[in-house]
Ligand binder design. Structure first.
Ligand code: GDP
Ligand code: IMO
Ligand code: MG
Length: 432
């Protein structure tokens, strides 16, 4: 038995969904603990592609329990759509595999509308959010007038009061500040009631549920969303998401003690991508960037936006290693580098003529940083069919070894294609 946290180390889209789906073979329970349907986690199982936004990536495995923890913001409309889609694809009763925290906050129509209105008002300075209402939903939570899944279990009058309180505030903002039409109370209330009738049996007290799992010696896998550099505290603020994406938050936001965790895995894409605005020192605007974008299929799973591409950034990854207390990395998309004559890696930033090895907290500083690059010889071979690590081209192994040496931790697996099967596990935390 082991309890493992898996998080993204870059700006999201590192391949977390694929690795969670793979590792769920050895875990009984998978927990999403932050973010919402701004996430887009892609799984490919025997050639079939699945895109999940809210439901944990363990759901494709029959019999596994999938938990949405208190730190997640839940859009019930999306949750129901996702349940229906997976039900159709798998022929299984998906709801019976789900546990939803009564403490998780709801994303309502007004949150989505405010997210979009704010982005529009920011104009050129927009964050490039996914427009899913994530920021406003966390604002409501912190302002302490948010609605939680547990409110759907309360008497109708209580739910009515809470919703009215929230929508009165939001409609004032929408009408007076953003010049937008108000959101209809009756429509939102009716939608909430309809959704509640379906999801009610799955709403539970997650900390007690997880404590029971631990007592039963069931292994828990915590699935991060977004990535370390999108973290609200340590990321490229304000071009970040509105939750804590770090490993430490897996415990706080699901209600499990930190002493129950055995291993923290950071998913690292073999190069770097970013969606939305914000500084990105290693960004490539040339043929190599195009190679990574095309070969890597770098188009957002949630919004369909092209992802910006660049070399691997070790300054950022060293920061992610310390912030998350990583024990190991899961290295993905190594196959995408095939065919490049030279592969470069950023080992430091040049700022005001000096080389720094820390990740600046201020985006104004980060924007001035020039990457200091080290070169590696590439490899030509298509490696997407290789299942034995030793059979990788020597130059590919040298690249992996360099990353391991620079971060001071090992790659517990190397992924060479989107399919569950295209993975070389070198150390499995669930089997010791
Ligand atoms: P997540 O948000 O971290 O779960 O990552 P996404 O699913 O948004 O983006 C990762 C993309 O890369 C998806 O399309 C995956 O199917 C794909 N992918 C994952 N691992 C690999 C890999 O090793 N090689 C290749 N070529 N694609 C991969
Ligand atoms: P997964 O889990 C990549 C980015 C958005 C935007 C910023 C804020 O698939 O890795 P938000 O809607 O969260 O307020 O947007 O964060 N972003 C992601 N980028 N992968 C994600 O999730 C992301 N979730 C949010 O593009 O720049
Ligand atoms: Mg994604």
């Amino acid at each position: 038995m082991a309890n493992v946290i898996l998080i993204g180390t870059q700006w999201g889209d590192e391949g977390k969904g694929k690795i969670v789906d793979l590792l769920t073979e050895w875990a009984e329970v998978v927990v999403r603990f932050q973010g919402g349907n701004n996430a887009g986690h892609t799984l490919v199982i025997e050639g079939q592609r699945y895109a999940l936004h809210l439901i944990p990536s363990g759901i494709m495995r029959p019999g596994k329990t999938c938990v949405i923890g208190s730190g997640v913001v839940v859009d019930l409309k999306i949750l129901l759509e996702e349940i229906e889609l997976i039900q159709k694809q798998s022929g299984r009763n998906v709801l019976s595999q789900l546990i939803l925290s009564d403490e998780a906050h709801l994303i309502l129509e007004s949150h989505r509308r405010l997210d979009q209105a704010r982005e529009q008002q920011r104009g050129a300075a927009k964050i490039g959010t996914t427009g899913r209402g994530i920021g406003p939903a966390y604002e409501s939570k912190m302002a302490r007038w948010g609605l939680r899944l547990g409110d759907l279990l309360a008497p109708e009058a209580v739910l009515r009061d809470k919703l009215k309180n929230l929508l009165d505030q939001h409609n004032l903002l929408l009408e007076k500040i953003y010049n937008e039409a108000p959101v209809s109370f009756d429509q939102v209330f009716a939608e909430l009631q309809a959704a509640a009738a379906i999801v009610r049996p799955a709403i539970k007290k997650v900390p007690y549920e997880l404590a029971q799992c631990l007592k039963n010696s069931e292994s828990i896998l915590f699935e991060g969303a977004q990535g370390t550099l999108l973290d609200i505290d340590h990321g490229t603020y304000p071009f970040v998401t509105s939750s804590s994406t770090l490993a430490a938050n897996a415990c706080a936001s699901s209600g499990v003690g930190v002493t129950d965790i055995d291993e923290v895995i950071g998913v690292v894409k073999a190069y770097t991508t970013r969606v939305g605005s914000g500084p990105f020192p290693v960004e490539l605007d040339d043929a190599t960037g195009e190679h990574l974008s095309v070969r890597g299929g770098e188009v957002g799973t949630t919004t369909g936006r092209p992802r910006r591409c660049g070399w691997l950034d070790l300054v950022a990854l060293r920061f992610a290693t310390l912030l998350n207390g990583l024990n190991s990395i899961a290295l993905t998309k190594l196959d995408v580098l095939s065919g490049l004559k030279t592969i470069k890696v950023c080992t430091g930033y040049r700022l005001h003529g000096e080389v720094i090895d820390y990740f600046p907290s201020s985006i104004e500083e980060l924007e001035l940083c020039e990457p200091v690059l080290t070169e590696f010889a590439g490899w030509d071979e298509d490696i997407s069919g290789i299942l034995d690590y030793d059979k990788l081209p020597e130059n590919a192994k040298k690249y992996v070894a360099y990353i391991e040496e620079q971060l001071g931790i090992k790659a517990m697996l190397v992924s060479v294609g989107p399919d569950r099967a295209q993975t070389m596990i070198r150390h499995n935390p669930f089997v010791g």
